[in-house]
Design a protein around this ligand. Structure first.
Ligand SMILES: Nc1nc2c(c(=O)[nH]1)N[C@H]1C(S)=C(S)[C@@H](COP(=O)(O)OP(=O)(O)OC[C@H]3O[C@@H](n4cnc5c(N)ncnc54)[C@H](O)[C@@H]3O)O[C@H]1N2
Ligand code: MOO
Length: 403
């Protein structure tokens, strides 16, 4: 049976994913939030010409020769401008950040002068414009310096503050509810009984969603019954989740009830099973406004599919203008056999050679239960469907995993 290609599945997950409504937040709450609008400067920076150094504001023509002697008529400090203009033969003592007084067109740094009571002797010829930051050299009122769809860095916050914005309009954080399924699951720190498995998937999913700016809602682990699975899905809807992530119970076994429960709740299913490894039994659909991604239970499949599908969806709903993962070029660190119909996302280490080449070395065992190998990987090496066998040293593409 032909399976849906990964690119089609991703397009289906992202279809109609518009930025969530905007809200105003204080700058200190805005780190890593996504701007809902362009942001323009409310002021010019610096508002007037300012000194970049401690020294003397002079008329360059008066201080063009060594040993020129000028009368010091006053002092300017940051925030304390000097009212008078600098005339011929005059200088003003100035400090870094001080407004350059009218008439002055250069600053001579204090190390290049000798002060003598009310006068100063110039020991290094002044150059017009030297050590002066002209008005507006950083930005001017009305300049749009931060664009809608930007995920705000700490530098952006400083810039927004300097532009005189105490708060910013950002998109609401997506709410992601996470529901695990499986009778066999017990919590870390307990003693698993025979055949029981320690719950792990949710820890990666919550952290990954939060690192992308989502709020997460932990719906715990549903037992492998229709009642428990359906109840979990209903709790997700009641919580107002924008996205429901389920993990486990996605396959065809008698205890894999997620699809059936979602259908029972009235899901409009976009797909179930796609041409990917790991993660073939993944599903996606909509339950009203809530988008559902049904991840497989195998820990590596669950994580890889969340990385490939949940992350771009969170970014799109957050208003981020860049929501796709960026592929990087590397070379293969070892030979690989031909691929089948499933696009393969191999867990790989990434090494940087002395010549600057990135070498992707797939970990030796790619089974989708192997968390140690997943944790050791820095990238996913992408192998398209039906890729022919490839030798070490040939080019490949990788997706960098979060650090
Ligand atoms: N006959 C077939 N069998 C399977 C197929 C198939 O096409 N035909 N697909 C296989 C593939 S590929 C995958 S991936 C798995 C996914 O199956 P499920 O989504 O139903 O996953 P489970 O059976 O619930 O669990 C699989 C495995 O993972 C463990 N698990 C589940 N949840 C967690 C969790 N939260 N934390 C840690 N570990 C978890 C679970 O105990 C199982 O060991 O199906 C294949 N089978
Ligand atoms: O797709 Mo499954 O994830 O191969 O184990």
């Amino acid at each position: 049976m032909a399976l849906m290609p990964v690119s089609d599945a991703l397009a289906a997950v992202l279809a109609g994913a518009e930025p969530l409504p905007e809200q105003m937040v204080a700058l200190n709450e805005a780190y890593h939030r996504v701007l809902a609008h362009d942001v323009a400067a409310r002021r010019t920076q610096p508002p007037q010409a300012m000194s970049a150094m401690d020294g003397y504001a002079v008329r360059a023509a008066d201080a063009a020769t060594i040993d020129s002697r000028l009368i010091v008529i006053g002092e300017v400090a940051a925030g304390r401008p000097f009212a008078r203009a600098v005339g011929a033969g005059e200088a003003v003592r100035i400090f870094t950040g001080g407004v350059v007084p009218d008439g002055a067109d250069a600053v001579v740094i204090q190390e290049d002068t000798v002060a003598d009571g009310t006068s100063v002797t110039i020991k290094e010829a002044a150059i017009t414009g030297r050590h002066i930051r002209p008005a507006g050299v950083d930005f001017r009122e009305g300049d749009v310096l931060l664009r809608k769809g930007t995920r705000l860095t700490e530098r952006d916050l400083a810039l927004a503050a300097a532009m005189n914005h105490p708060q910013l309009a950002v998109c609401r954080r997506p709410r992601v509810a996470i529901l695990a399924t499986g009778d066999e699951l017990v919590m870390p720190g307990t003693t698993p009984g025979h055949g029981q498995i320690v719950y792990s998937n949710g820890y990666a999913l919550h952290a990954l969603a939060r690192s992308e700016g989502a709020e997460t809602i932990d719906l715990g682990v549903a037992a492998d019954t229709m009642e428990a699975t359906s109840a979990g899905i209903r709790r997700a809807r009641e919580s107002g989740a924008d996205i429901l992530i389920t993990t486990g119970g996605a396959s065809v076994g008698d205890h894999d009830l997620v699809q059936q429960a979602l259908r029972g709740e009235g899901i409009s299913m976009a797909f179930w099973k796609i041409a990917i490894r790991p993660g073939k039994p993944m599903m996606h659909g909509r339950l009203g406004a809530m988008r559902v991604i049904g991840l497989p239970g195998n820990p590596v499949s669950s994580y890889v599919c969340a990385f490939l599908f949940m992350v771009p969806l969170i970014r799109a709903l957050s208003g981020h203008s860049v929501f796709h993962h960026r592929r990087e070029r590397a070379v293969l660190g070892r030979d690989l056999g031909a691929n089948d119909q499933r696009e393969d996302y191999l867990r790989a280490r990434l090494e940087l050679r002395d010549d600057g080449t990135s070498v992707a070395i797939p970990v030796s065992h790619q089974d989708s239960s192997l968390l140690a190998n997943l944790a050791a990987a820095q990238v996913l090496l992408v192998r398209p469907p039906f890729a022919p066998k490839a030798e070490a040293g040939s080019p490949c593409e990788v997706l960098r995993l979060p650090v």
